[in-house]
Design a protein around this ligand. Structure first.
Ligand SMILES: CCCCCCc1ccc(Oc2ccc(Oc3cccc(O)n3)cc2)c(O)c1
Length: 253
C-alpha cells in the first residue's frame, strides 16, 4: 500500500470523468484517506455521491478564488485531520470566449480570471495549508502541453498553465525548506467536462492517436499512476518538475 495512512486533500473533482477522480480512486486503492472540495451548493449534489463511492472522509465547500473560503477550508481540515500529507490541485477555468479565436482579443477580466483560478489558486492553497503539511508532504497540480508550445484555441489557458508551471518551480524552492515537494503532471488530452468547453479538442485528440509515439490517448488511470509515484516516497528526490503523461507527444518536432 503505497499511501497507507496518508491524508489526501483533493481539489477539482466535478464528476467521475475528472482527472482528480481517477487520482482519488488510485489513492484510495493504495490506502489513503480522502477529502474533497466542491464549488457551491449546485456541485455539492454531484460530489457527495462520488465521495461516498470513493470512501471519502468528508467534503467541503471551497471556491479557490475566494480567500475566506480557503481559510475556512484550512480550519475545517485542521479540525478533522490535523495534518495533510498530499494535496491535489486539479482546478482551472477560463471564460469560454477566451478558449477560441485570437488570443490577442483576450480581455483584461478574462486574463485575470484565467490566471487567478488556474494558477494563483495553487499559490494560495499552498500558503493556507502550509502549516498543516507533514514533513514528507507532496503537492501535485495538472498542466497541459499548451503551457510550453502554442496550441491553437488553448489561448489564455496556455498562458495560465505557463504561470502554473513556473509557480511550481518557485513554490518548490520555498517548500523544499521543510522537505515538502511540489510537481506538475502535464497530461495529454482526456475527455473531461472541462475539455468539452474547448474548441478544437476533438481534432487534437485524434491527432494524438495518429502521431504520438504510443499511438493512443492517455487515460485517467495513466495519469493516476504517475500521481501515485509523485505522491509517494518513490519520488522522494523529485520536486519542481513537470512530468509529461501524454503518450510521448511532447517529444515530437
Ligand atoms: C485546444 C487544446 C485541446 C487540448 C486541451 C486539453 C485540456 C483539456 C482540459 C483542460 O482543463 C481545462 C479546465 C478548465 C478550462 O476552462 C473552461 C472549461 C470549460 C468551460 C469554460 O468556460 N472554461 C479549460 C481547460 C486543459 O487544461 C487542457
Amino acid at each position: 500500500m503505497l499511501l497507507k495512512d496518508k491524508k489526501a486533500l483533493i481539489f477539482g473533482v466535478a464528476n467521475n470523468k475528472s482527472i482528480a477522480y481517477g487520482i482519488a480512486k488510485a489513492f484510495k486503492e493504495q490506502g489513503a484517506s480522502l477529502a474533497f472540495n466542491y464549488l457551491g451548493e449546485a456541485l455539492k449534489k454531484r460530489v457527495q455521491p462520488l465521495s461516498k463511492e470513493l470512501g471519502g472522509d468528508f467534503i467541503f465547500d471551497c471556491d479557490v478564488s475566494n480567500d475566506e473560503q480557503i481559510e475556512q477550508a484550512k480550519q475545517l481540515v485542521e479540525e478533522k485531520w490535523g495534518k495533510v500529507d498530499i494535496l491535489i490541485h486539479s482546478v482551472a477555468f477560463a471564460k469560454r470566449e477566451d478558449l477560441k479565436g485570437r488570443f490577442i482579443e483576450t480581455s483584461r477580466e478574462g486574463f485575470h480570471i484565467a490566471l487567478d483560478i488556474s494558477a494563483y489558486s495553487l499559490v494560495r492553497l499552498c500558503q493556507a495549508f502550509e502549516p498543516l503539511f507533514t514533513e514528507q508532504a507532496s503537492i501535485i497540480t495538472l498542466s497541459y502541453y499548451g503551457a510550453q508550445k502554442v496550441v491553437r484555441n488553448y489561448n489564455v489557458m496556455g498562458v495560465a498553465k505557463a504561470a502554473l508551471e513556473a509557480s511550481v518551480r518557485y513554490l518548490a524552492l520555498d517548500l523544499g525548506e521543510n522537505n515538502i515537494r511540489i510537481n506538475a503532471i502535464s497530461a495529454g488530452p482526456i475527455k473531461t467536462l472541462a475539455a468539452s468547453g474547448i474548441s478544437g479538442f476533438k481534432t487534437i485528440f485524434k491527432t494524438i492517436e495518429e502521431k504520438a509515439p504510443l499511438k493512443r490517448n492517455v487515460t485517467q488511470e495513466d495519469v493516476a499512476k504517475t500521481a501515485l509515484y509523485l505522491a509517494s516516497d518513490l519520488s522522494s528526490g523529485v520536486t519542481g518538475e513537470v512530468i509529461f503523461v501524454d503518450s510521448g507527444y511532447n517529444i515530437l518536432g
